[in-house]
Design a protein around this ligand. Structure first.
Ligand code: ADP
Length: 180
């Protein structure tokens, strides 16, 4: 049976504040499974990301430039709507831990209710990236830690510059880390 182009186009959404090796691994693996992968960079007025939408889109484009079938786009509002807008019907999510599972399960059931034709495909995080999150990376950056094991080397100076430019955001990240 021949599948339609829409069924082979998949969407991976997130805040990517910043993008890290765990995200890149999921996108790389998805790009091998699907003909096209659209990475949707979330604009959420309720969240105050370290990096602007444009910066997050640029960072993703920079680190994904070697993947010919991957495109990066900003989006606002419901992810299911974005999936439709780009003519796809598959959402990719990465799964790290059991706690991710609970959240992702709820989200995918909600998305299924909103649009039953959209399927969510889960890819398991590789063991070496399971502990990674953008929150953790921001906290390590705030404390001046070594970031090279967590994100591509070319992004490290951007994080360090952000730490210098935004002392207040950095202080908040550090305070949150010390409460955990
Ligand atoms: P983060 O948690 O790093 O801020 P997002 O919340 O933007 O990232 O999540 C975007 C997608 O990436 C979600 O499907 C999430 O489960 C997945 N993801 C996040 N971190 C990892 C990781 N270390 N390995 C695999 N997938 C991940």
């Amino acid at each position: 049976m021949q599948s339609t182009s829409a069924s082979r186009r998949a969407v991976y959404t997130g805040m990517f504040d910043p993008v890290h090796l765990g995200h890149i691994d999921i996108i790389t693996r998805a790009a091998r499974i699907f003909d096209e992968v659209i990475v949707g960079v979330g604009i959420n007025p309720e969240k105050l990301p370290w990096f602007s939408t444009e910066e997050r889109v640029d960072m993703l484009k920079q680190v994904l430039r070697g993947l010919r079938n991957v495109e990066v786009q900003p989006f606002e509002g419901l992810a299911v709507r974005f999936v439709r807008q780009v003519g796809a019907s598959i959402m990719i999510r990465g799964l790290r831990t059991v706690s991710d599972m609970e959240y992702e399960f709820t989200m995918s059931l909600t998305n299924q209710t909103m649009d039953p034709e959209i399927e969510t495909v889960f890819l398991l995080a590789r063991v070496e990236y399971q502990h990674l999150s953008s929150t953790l990376i921001r906290q390590i950056a705030a404390f001046g830690g070594d970031l090279k094991k967590f994100l591509p080397a070319e992004l490290v100076p951007l994080l360090q510059a952000k730490v210098r430019e935004q002392p207040r955001a950095v202080a908040l990240a550090a305070a949150a880390a010390s409460r955990e």
